[in-house]
Design a protein around this ligand. Sequence first.
Ligand code: MN
Ligand code: MN
Length: 317
Amino acid sequence: MTNKVSNIFKYCPTKDRVMVDKEKNKTDEELYFEAGRISFKALQEGAKKIKKGVKLVDVAEYAEKLIKDEGADWAFPANISQNERAAHYTPSFDDESVFGDDIVKLDVGAHIDGFVGDNALTVDLTGKYKNLVKATEDALKNAIKTVAPGVKSTEVGAVIQETIEKAGFKPVENLSGHVLRKNLLHSGLSMPNVSWGNEFVIEEGMAIAIEPFASTGRGRVTDERLVEIFSLRKPVPLRNTEARKILNYVQENYPYFPFAERWLNSVSSGFKFKAALKELIQKGVFETHPVLRDEGLVAQTERTVLVTKDGCEVTTK
Ligand code: MN
Ligand code: MN
């Protein structure tokens, strides 16, 4: 997933949860690479399914199933954002829509014991926007070459911006990558896509999701009204039994990471569900992650890296 800069996604776990260490003998670094491998496989295999006439929900569920089958957990719902939509769309369970002449961003993430691999790519079903997609791939490559201990995040942002502008497009200035931490998709540090973004000094051992977005429009996203992705913010006492049921389920299953409305379908549905969800949002229990849209067509490429002594290594491969 990405981060909207004006609305930094800081998740503060409110529930102490004893994580069952599935991989007791593995180091944090090994877990980052294992989650990265699975995340990358889900991305590659999921992308192969993106074809005209195929349902969006089938691709999302396929990629998500692969993550579980490989022994990891979901770090967030499979984002499938088309055309002007830059990020944060995931199909609802009854979404009947199919791919057409679209520019499709697939963004998937897996975690093992809280260690995340986050990656994304763009499939151009129009065949007309190869350069837009390539601009984000080149920007990512150049960014990865730049990342090293002591380098400022804004220097990486400048490299991304320059690569995308040279290709004739606009970087999306208010979307950014993010530093990952255990059980945190966004640690509070943003990895910018422009030179004037959030500044921090890169350190050895940091896990960073780098995700250039390029646009044929103005390069600035706004929120749609539509929300399909949520995360747990702060549990409060609830009278509504349906809302309590949903909250209990989320606390049990997705205490740290974003989840899809689609994932709650087995727990609650219909009018009761809609009313309960509304209450959970209004009371600030759930944070919303609205669909993000630019005025132009948007492409995205993302990988997660671990910063080494003198550079970085991609974990999502
Ligand atoms: Mn991300
Ligand atoms: Mn992502």
